[in-house]
Structure formats: C-alpha cells, structure tokens
Design a protein around this ligand. Structure first.
Ligand SMILES: [Zn+2]
Ligand SMILES: [Zn+2]
Length: 620
C-alpha cells in the first residue's frame, strides 16, 4: 500500500517527528528528502525521516506537504542514522542535527537538483580500526598518513581529513597533490554559501573522493567512507560553540559505527580523554603509531620568584639576555602573551569609576590600533571618553598590560630590533620582524616563521583558568611550541613545580597523562564522568533567573533517585552578553542519556518562557 504519511523533522529545538499528509497525486517522497511544510503557521524547510501508512493523529487534523525540494535525498540513509545518534547524544532535536550536517544553502527553501541516486546502507560495514599517531616529528612528515590514505583509496573508499584551522588547509592540499591525488575537495568556514554547496554536491556525486576541511567537514557526504583523519585532536576548534554543541571527534566515532572505515587521530599531545581511551584500550583493532621527534627546541623554565621582573617590564632578566643573544645572531623571536588590547581596564583615578561594556557588563580594554575602547566579548567599541562618566573629572587611566603595551615596551628595551605585533586582528604573516609579540593567534602561523626563540610570558594566566582542561592545554601548547621553536622555548612562571610545565620540559608523556588522569579521577572530571552545562539566558534578568531556579529545583528533586549530581545555579562566567543575562547549571554523572532525561523532565516542569532560551551543552 502506498504510504500516506511522511514523518518530518525541523531544525528547531522541538521534539518530533511530525506527521504530514502526502498529497494523493504526488510520487512518494523518500526519507532524507527536504520538503516545504507549514509548521507552527510558518513556512519551513523540513526533512522526511520516515514514511508510514497511517498516522495516530486524525487525518482531518493533518496538514499536507507543500512541496518537495530535492530531486534525490539531500540526507542519505547513513547520515540519517548518524544525525539521529548525534541528536540523542547531544540532546538536540533530530532536525537540528540534520541542519548541522547540511550546507547552509540547503537550510532554506530552495530547490536542489542533483542526479544522485539514493544510497542505501550496505548490509555489511567495512572492517574498522581506530589508530592513534603520536607525531612528534614537527608536523611536516606525513608519510604514515600517506600510507593510510593510500590504503583507503586502493579500496575505492573516501577519505575525510580534518584540521583545526583554515590556514592549515593549503598545506594539506599541497601534500595531497604531491602524492598524486587530484580529486580533492575543500569544505571550510571561509567558503561562501554558494561555493560550499558546489563543493558539497561534488563530493556527494562522487567527483571528489578526498575531503579536506575544518570541523563541519566531518559531515562531508562522501560515498563509502574509508578513513577519517583528525589532526591536532586536542584543539578546541573541533568543538562547536553553539547548538548543537557537537565535537567532531564524537561525530567521527558515530560515523565509524554507522558506516565503518578507519579513524586516525594525529597529535603530539592529545586530549587526556583520547590518551586514556587509546592507552587503556586492549581492543585488538586499536593501534598506536609513534613518530619520534628528530629535532625539538629545548624548554627552559624561569622561576619568577628568583627573577622578579622590574616594575616597568614584564620580561624577566634572563629572558631579556637570551633575546639580546638571539638578536645578535639575526634570528627571530616570538614573545607569547595571551592578552589582547593595550590595557585590560580603564578606571577613573578620582572616583574609581570603571568603564564597562553596556551590553556585556565587562571591563572595556583600550586598543591603541583602533584608538577606541573595545569589549573583548562582543567587540562593541566606543571612543575613549575625555571625561569620566562617573565624576566628570579628567583622570581616566588605563591599567593592566595588554599586547599593545607589551609591543611598545619591547620596542623600548630592544631599540635595535624590528618589533611587530600579531593578534586576532592581524592577517598578514610578519616575515620581516625580528621580535613578534603575539597572542594565541600566532599558533596558526608559527610553522611558517622559522623562529629560534619563543618566550612565553603569560603561562600562569593559562594555568589558572577555570577549566578542568587547563593543565592539558598548557602541556599541549608547550609541546607544540617546542616543535616549532628551533632553539628554545622559555617559560617564565610562578609555578615552577607544576607537573604540566615539568613534564613538557622533560617530554614525559606518560608522567603527565598519569598525573592528570589521577587528578581527574579524584575530582570527577572527564573521562571518568560526563558533564553537561545547561545555559539559561534572557533579556530580563529576573525572568531568566526564575526559569533557571525552577530548572534547578526540579533537577535537585530528581537527584535523589538518579546517579548524577547537580551543582549550584550560578551566573555564567560571562554573566551578561549582548544584552542577555546568562545563568548556568552544571550536571555531572556517568550517563549522558540519564542526565538528558532528567533535563527534559525539568524543562517540562519549568515551562520554558518564550523570551528565555535554554541550551544544553554535553561535554562542554
Ligand atoms: Zn560587550
Ligand atoms: Zn571619575
């Protein structure tokens, strides 16, 4: 019998699927096809996920599908399964997961013509392996990766190669070309919607069998997936920072379960979670490939307790001497300092008034390059007021030291050097400078620079971040810097005994991960348990707070019978952003599905207010 009902999902945080009538005269649509429907009295793109002979809803109350938007399904059978599993894990709707997997151009009502036949899942998924390549060689030697790619291509299978940064893509493409591959497609954020769709379609019809891209390329619609490579697995860019808050690693794992193929992680200092899962894993298909360092910069720690930097400088004396030596040899220096702007605070000396961003309620920093006060959260900029808004006096002063202040200070101490700055706003690689003062952003271009000496000035700020990954991030950063610094990496710190610093100096991987895993176990952090952040935000502070309070109460009540813990309701680390007040509730426990069920229950009780948005971030 011909199915009469199409079950569809939409890209909104709503449950589903929803039943729609298939008009009698139409050919039957296929699962994975996009359709146009009226949903909550608005026209919307929806995705057919299933066909049924009948609905539980009386036919009289069902609306018909309005239009079919795809000639062949945009979402194939595999991707339907992958997005379904993704939605279940991350607590988003199936429709939201599907939209995360599709090019932006297909999320709007627009006909997509393609000659692709629907692919149906193979009855048998190909053998799968998970491999970790511990690559200390300095990221130029991809011989092992080449052999893995060859293996997949020889079996007529497709390869997805993920990198954390758009800037790395040309290098990967050049390598692939040198190995003789011509059918390479790129998927990344830098593409326009039109380009993205063109590349995506090429991959879907099998024109390109190798895909290179950033995070979202993990959804590339390749046929016969043979290998996914994730380079620099520990990089935070692989985690999506908006709903659905997916991690490319998790998506790759799901794809491997659904479609088969190999998964290859490449990193010098991976996340603790990955290290634990690979080392502690006795499965025979798991492999470990060690590529030793050939040449690495030494790491030297300077104890700031002994060499207190002077009042006017933040560069410790021994580091100043090393800079002078390096300059004398006409070699390049990078000074790493992770704070943007000239100052971190602008304050009145008379009445202590502090200038804050009116939308985010945080201090505004003066940026010399823009001659303006800038909010580091939302980028809102205002001219520096001539008079204090508090008392009308003329005693506004900028305090703290940002990257711009450091730049002028370095230029003063080393008048013989060409000094330049590299931060998020800089796009050109500063090839002609002797000393580059730089923020985090410099990591992207370091391999291009051939640097002799890297001075790390703000590692203590990194170590004291409120983030359970802080130690691992510092460890990974320092190992990375050692790979790109020819001569040495010098770190000035007040925490000379910190294990992340010592292990990075001694290249003691086992020591670091053991100690970190021990601490994580003790504190109940991943990989020993899962965390979920519930974010509640709204324009009216009390409304948001009341919803948060109700959610928190309900979660606490359920706790008695559940295996998870609920932490206190708190204003978020960013309490106000772009005019919205933000609160968060954190849960931790062994089972994500259990916690999500609890959250679902709480949301029902709290009755979401229209102007209050609640988002769920699994494994934040
Ligand atoms: Zn702001
Ligand atoms: Zn004042």
């Amino acid at each position: 019998m011909k199915p009469k009902i199409a079950q569809v999902v939409v890209g909104l945080p709503v449950e589903g699927p929803f039943d729609y009538l298939i008009p009698d005269v139409w050919p039957t649509p296929q699962p994975g096809q996009r359709v146009h429907v009226s949903f909550q009295n608005r026209g919307r793109v929806a995705y057919v996920v299933k066909l049924c002979p009948q609905s539980e809803v009386p036919v009289a109350r069902l609306k018909p599908l309005l239009e079919v938007l795809d000639e062949a399904p945009s979402v194939d059978q595999y991707m339907l399964q992958v997005t379904h599993a993704l939605a279940q894990y991350y607590g988003c709707s199936w429709g939201e997961a599907i939209e995360a997997a599709l090019p932006a151009a297909l999320r709007i009502k627009r006909i997509f013509a393609s000659s692709v036949a629907a692919t149906s899942p193979a009855s048998e998924i190909p053998a799968q392996q998970t491999i970790f390549c511990h690559d200390l060689s300095g990221r130029r030697q991809w011989g092992f990766l080449q052999s893995q790619i060859e293996g997949a291509v020889a079996k007529q299978m497709a390869v997805i190669w993920l990198v954390p940064e758009v800037l790395m893509i040309p290098k990967v493409c050049t390598a692939l070309k040198a190995w003789g591959y011509r059918d390479v497609a790129v998927l990344d954020k830098a593409l326009t919607a039109k380009e993205e769709l063109a590349h995506w379609s090429g991959i879907k019809i099998g024109e390109s069998r190798i895909v290179v891209g950033t995070r979202s390329a993990v959804f590339a619609p390749v046929r016969r997936l043979g290998l996914i490579i994730i380079t620099d697995e520990e990089n935070l860019a692989f985690k999506q920072e908006q709903s659905p808050f997916y991690h490319a690693r998790k998506v790759a794992e799901i794809r491997q379960q659904v479609e088969g193929g190999n998964l290859l992680y490449v990193s010098a200092a991976p996340s603790v979670e990955l290290w634990a899962s690979m080392k502690g894993n006795e499965r025979s298909e798991t492999q470990w490939k060690e590529i030793p360092a050939q040449q690495m910069g030494r790491l030297q720690l300077i104890d700031l307790a002994n060499y207190k930097p002077g009042k006017r400088t933040i560069i410790a004396f021994p580091l100043q001497n090393m800079i002078i030596d390096t300059l004398a040899r006409s070699e390049k220096i990078v000074l790493w300092f992770n704070r943007r702007g000239f100052s971190t605070l602008t304050k009145c000396n008379q009445c202590a008034h502090i200038i804050k961003c009116e939308r985010c309620d945080v201090h505004m920093a003066y940026q010399d390059s823009r001659k303006q006060l800038v909010c580091y959260l939302c980028d809102h900029a205002i001219p520096l007021p001539e008079r204090c808004p508090g008392c009308g006096g003329v005693y506004l002063r900028s305090l703290g030291s940002g990257i711009e202040r450091l730049e002028s200070e370095v230029a003063r101490i080393f008048p013989q050097a060409r000094v330049t700055r590299f931060d998020k706003e800089t796009s050109r690689i500063p090839r002609n400078a002797d000393i580059i003062v730089a923020t985090q952003a410099v990591l992207r271009i370091l391999p291009e620079l051939s640097v002799a000496l890297v001075g790390v000035l703000s590692i203590d700020t990194e170590l004291s971040r409120i983030d359970y990954r802080a130690a691992q991030r510092v460890f990974s950063l320092l190992v990375y810097l050692r790979q790109v610094a020819r001569d040495k990496v010098v770190v000035q710190t007040h925490h000379i005994e910190h294990y992340a610093l010592r292990c990075a100096r001694d290249l003691d991987f086992i020591g670091f991960y053991q100690q970190e895993l021990g601490l994580r176990k003790e504190m109940g952090f991943p990989p020993f348990c899962h965390w979920i952040t519930l974010m509640i935000r709204g324009k009216v502070r009390d409304e948001a707070y009341n919803v948060a309070l109700k959610l928190h109460e309900s979660l606490n009540q359920q706790r008695a019978s559940a295996e998870w813990e609920v932490l206190d309701l708190q204003p978020d680390f960013v309490p106000k952003l772009r005019d919205k007040y933000r609160f968060h509730i954190m849960l931790k426990g062994p089972s994500v599905p259990q916690m999500l069920a609890g959250i679902e229950q709480a949301v029902k009780v709290a009755k979401r207010k229209k102007d209050v948005i609640v988002t769920v971030n699994v494994d934040p």
